[in-house]
Design a protein around this ligand. Structure first.
Ligand code: ADP
Length: 257
């Protein structure tokens, strides 16, 4: 995998990250978080330094998917000007640096965010977190709405967004909206990934939609029991480490991204 733009995209926030990639979807339940986490682990498997931000503030599931119950710590750091400042140290889960809204709310607590609060939380995840040097920062976006995308596009230069969708027609219609939403806030769309393809939901719809929208097709991930079991039990990292049909598809998608 090569750097998409090869430039430091976190400049304005003092982030030292080469490529920031948002993972979006038009609606919930298409496997966006599963794909975001497995993309992060695949890139790590290729030797990259990777962080994962769970910006799906309405249903933050990343800590569950990567199997961590740790909380991030606050730590004092010395700034360039010699002043000390308190920064958040992301949680590490199988070598992946992770930040999530789930770390800061009680489980089962409904999160009601207004625009400005959302903006502040996302800014803290990026600006006040000690990510260190990263090759990739993957951002798991909330489905559908444009709030977080707008914030991100104001704060950072993203390499782009990938859209996850399932093959059914309804899901594809929502994916079109997601593409338009990213285009509206001037985040380039890198491509579309079809998840859960196979007998149940069908196959090939995302590729056709991608062609229609003139965005690259990044591959398909089959509906697969192994993926469901490993993600529900917090073992996504194993999905890309152990030889399996799922692994082949997940690594291929990451290669295409
Ligand atoms: P989203 O983030 O889009 O809401 P999740 O990533 O939380 O979706 O996935 C929803 C459910 O679907 C989870 O139980 C997950 O394990 C399952 N899932 C995701 N992708 C697949 C797949 N390719 N095959 C089987 N189950 C999957």
């Amino acid at each position: 995998t090569t750097d998409i733009k090869g430039k430091q995209s976190g400049g304005r926030l003092g982030l030292n990250v080469k490529n920031i990639i948002a993972v979006g979807a038009g609606k919930g339940g298409v496997g966006k978080s599963t794909v975001a986490a497995s993309l992060a682990y695949s890139l790590k498997q290729f030797g990259a330094r990777v962080g994962l931000v769970d910006a799906d503030v309405y249903g933050p599931s990343i800590p569950h998917l990567v199997g961590t119950s740790e909380k991030p710590m606050a730590q004092e750091f010395q700034g360039k000007d010699g002043q000390t400042m308190t920064r958040i140290v992301p949680v590490e889960a199988n070598g992946l640096k992770v930040m999530s809204m789930a770390f800061f709310v009680e489980p089962d607590q409904a999160v009601i965010w207004r625009g400005p609060m959302l903006h502040k939380a996302i800014t803290q995840f990026l600006q006040d977190t000690e990510w260190g040097e990263l090759d990739y920062l993957i951002i798991d976006m909330p489905p559908g709405t444009g709030d977080v995308s707008l914030t991100l596009s104001q704060l950072l230069e993203l390499a782009g967004a990938v859209i996850v969708c399932s093959p059914q027609q309804v899901a594809l219609l929502d994916a079109v909206k997601a593409v338009q939403m990213f285009r509206q806030v001037k985040i380039p769309v890198l491509g579309i990934i079809e998840n859960m393809s196979g007998e149940v939901f069908g196959q090939g719809g995302a590729q056709a939609k991608g062609e229609e929208l003139e965005i690259p097709f990044l591959g398909e991930i089959p509906m697969n029991a192994e993926i469901r079991i490993k993600s529900d039990s917090g073992n996504i990292s194993q999905l890309v480490e152990d030889d399996s049909e799922a692994q082949a598809h997940l690594l291929k998608v990451a290669e295409n991204v």
